[in-house]
Ligand binder design. Structure first.
Ligand SMILES: C[S@@+](CC[C@H](N)C(=O)[O-])C[C@H]1O[C@@H](n2cnc3c(N)ncnc32)[C@H](O)[C@@H]1O
Length: 286
């Protein structure tokens, strides 16, 4: 792994309201896993909804996970631990993408490693992956690809990923990674049956996924505080996309499209002129 001169991220460790440690990027001001901390959010937003453990246990051939936005490595190490803990199934291949390894290096430092889930063998695996670009056990292979995401994603093999954790900073801080073009770059790398998981639930991001050729549904509630305390209509959900509608539990339906047509919610910045016609023609609204 060769990060080169890193001017894209300036991490610091902070303590969230829940008391968990998290990493904040001083350049864009955003936290990685801001609400209840890295370990719980990785499980609630990514591992649980993607049914990673169950899919691994039932897999007959290696399962490929794209960890988009390695950051502090919290999603990746949670997946690594789940893979190492099961007793059956095929190997997991984690491919982590980021243009900066600074957050991961900070999370792995001796004073923070335990708080970020890098104690014991997990820490040894992560240090090796960071140093050599890859680390393998007989259950889990972890590869780190360093570079600008859209460039490196375009060079991945076709029909490769089974599960994608899409976790860049928000559209405000990371606008290029929520565009139609970004998701269109990801689309060819996804295999039939693949699911794409993200905390982002903005209408424009969902429209970008649809315009890029995914089917799109609602994901999990993004903050536990919302659960049970606010009317369901106010609860914010993440997004799950797939190649087939049967792989979604809560696909967006005609009512989402009607709301989009009536609302002033913006379309993605790079939406084509005929975006509304294309969205209306998306197979899931048929
Ligand atoms: C919210 S953090 C990821 C948190 C991470 N998933 C975790 O579990 O700790 C977003 C990451 O996306 C990376 N990133 C942002 N824009 C990028 C780009 N254009 N190419 C590659 N990585 C990018 C940042 O460097 C940052 O580490």
């Amino acid at each position: 792994v060769s990060p080169g001169r890193d001017v894209s991220l300036d991490p610091e460790v902070v303590v969230t309201r829940s008391g968990a440690k998290a990493i904040r990027d001083k350049l864009c001001g955003e936290l990685m896993h801001p609400v209840v901390g890295p370990a719980i959010e990785a499980e609630r937003l990514y591992l649980g909804p993607s049914r990673l453990k169950e899919r691994l246990e039932n897999a007959l051939e290696p399962l490929v996970l794209y960890d988009v936005g390695l950051g502090a490595g919290s999603n990746a190490i949670a997946a690594w631990r789940a893979s190492e803990a099961r007793t059956r199934g095929a190997p997991l291949h984690i491919v982590s993408f980021d243009r900066s390894l600074a957050a991961m290096a900070m999370a792995l430092s001796p004073e923070h490693a335990t708080a970020f889930g890098f104690d014991g063998e997990a820490g040894m695996a992560a240090r090796a992956a960071l140093e050599h670009g890859t680390h393998g056990t007989h259950k889990t292979r972890w590869e780190i690809v360093c570079g600008d995401l859209l460039g490196v994603l375009a060079t991945q093999p076709e029909e490769h990923a089974d599960v994608v954790y899409w976790d860049p900073f928000s559209p405000g801080a990371n606008p290029m990674l929520w565009t139609t073009a970004a998701f269109a770059t990801l689309r060819p790398a996804c295999r039939v049956g693949a699911t794409v998981h993200t905390y982002g639930g903005a209408t424009a991001s969902r429209a970008a996924l649809l315009l890029a050729g995914f089917v799109v549904g609602e994901g999990p509630l993004i903050t536990p505080a919302i659960e049970g305390t606010l009317p369901a209509r106010n609860a914010k959900r993440g997004t799950i996309a797939a190649l087939r509608v049967e792989d979604l539990e809560r696909p967006l339906d005609g009512r989402w499209l009607e709301r989009l047509e009536r609302s002033s919610a913006p379309l993605p910045s790079d939406a084509p002129a005929d975006a509304m016609t294309r969205l209306r023609a998306a197979p899931q609204f048929g």
